[in-house]
Design a protein around this ligand. Structure first.
Ligand code: H2U
Length: 374
């Protein structure tokens, strides 16, 4: 008998405990499963460590393509903007002209379809040294106003059916420039992940006449196991089915299908929870915490979408310190997503962190070392 088989028999006798035993959790948004292996959370790490560069950045960097007054790669000069500033991406992934591919459309095994779109870049601030958690609430509100304007304007373009608003933060997430900025990709198709989410939201709404996330949030409030922070209009939770170690979702308390439906109070609440959550992230390892984050909301296809419920995903790659990143490789690439630390443990860690940024003097906050004890 091999060592592995023996261990399997031992495990059979145990009573299931989700902080000790491997199990799978279902993601109802994407209709897929994630493998949770909490027993593995303390495995030693001798692999790659990311470089942590925490140099203080100037408020204006003459070599930055995104700072006010500077020249971009294509020769355009940014205006002397204050606050948020949007421009058309000089290296767009999508083009507005449609050029139809010929001869492939009918072959099931070689399907191809034309795609049109508009890519824009949004600078969150004129101040090169800032990131969202360090910005003033009023300035974050201005960013939200620009997101609203862009969603509305791009969504109104006749061939645009979906507007994806997102931010890549940190070089580890492929962000090319530390100047605070995000991107907007608007396109004619509804992209695959959003289409899958929409299908699942719609099935749920048709059965229950309530949005899936309305019911999910209600249950998260009852359980109080994965809640990180809430305010008047939004809650941030580590989803039951989270894949990334410190993945979170900001969900609106009201069933709002898109960012245009925010009331003034909701806009303020959204700014506040964005700041609070990203401060906690920075405090976790006392670093400018990298992530990819983005909103999921109703497509702009001219249809009614009562099934949609506004939410924003945060997918941070860091695992146990500022320098150890989770890799989605091997089993994850070939079989399904897998995590070690449980979503409940991650939520507890994030919940206990201070909502005051670690760079703010005199703050005593939850020690990042606790992350290693759990
Ligand atoms: P990322 O750092 O997330 O890659 O975003 C920066 C975007 O800014 C990127 O898509 C664009 C890049 O194409 N960009 C310009 O449009 N003009 C420039 O001069 C520099 C970068």
């Amino acid at each position: 008998m091999s060592e592995g088989t023996h261990q399997y028999k031992e495990n059979q006798k145990a009573t299931f405990n989700r902080t000790e035993h491997p199990h799978r959790r279902y993601n109802p948004l994407l209709d897929e499963w994630v493998l949770v292996s909490p027993q593995r959370a303390k495995r030693p790490w001798q692999g790659q460590q990311e470089k942590v560069t925490e140099e203080k950045r100037p408020s204006h960097d003459a070599s930055c393509y995104l700072c006010p007054g500077n020249t971009r790669v294509n020769g355009d000069v940014n205006p002397e903007y204050r606050g948020a500033f949007v421009f058309k991406n000089d290296f767009p992934a999508l083009l507005s002209e449609e050029v139809a591919p010929e001869g492939h459309a009918q072959d099931d095994l070689f399907r191809i379809q034309p795609e049109r779109g508009i890519n824009r870049v949004i600078c969150f601030s004129d101040d090169h040294s800032l990131t969202l958690p360090e910005m003033e609430l009023e300035d974050i509100e201005k960013v939200i106003s620009v997101w609203q304007e862009e969603y509305k304007a791009l969504g109104a373009v006749d061939y645009i059916n979906h507007v994806q608003i997102f931010e890549n933060k940190g070089s580890v997430m492929g962000c090319s420039n530390p100047h605070p900025h995000g991107q907007i990709w608007a396109q004619s198709s509804i992209p695959s992940q959003v289409a899958r989410t929409q299908q699942n939201l719609k099935t749920y709404f048709d059965q229950h006449q309530r949005t899936l996330l309305e019911d999910y949030l209600e249950k998260e409030f009852e359980k109080q196991e994965r809640m990180v922070v809430e305010n008047e209009s939004f809650a941030a939770v580590v989803p039951f089915w989270a894949v990334w170690p410190y993945e979170t979702m900001i969900i609106s308390k009201r069933s709002i299908s898109n960012i245009m439906e925010f009331s003034e109070a909701e806009k303020k609440s959204f700014a506040a929870i964005l700041k609070d959550l990203t401060i906690r992230y920075d405090n976790l390892f006392e670093t400018s915490f990298p992530y990819s984050a983005g909103m999921h909301q109703a497509p702009t296809d001219g249809e009614q979408h009562p099934e949609w419920h506004f939410h924003m995903h945060f997918y941070p790659p860091l695992l146990r310190s500022a320098s150890v990143k989770k890799f989605m490789v091997g089993y994850e690439m070939l079989a399904e997503a897998q995590r070690d630390i449980t979503p409940e443990q991650s939520a507890e860690i994030l919940r206990k962190l201070s909502p005051v940024h670690y760079k703010a003097k005199g703050d005593r906050h939850f020690s990042p070392a606790l992350a290693e004890d759990l």
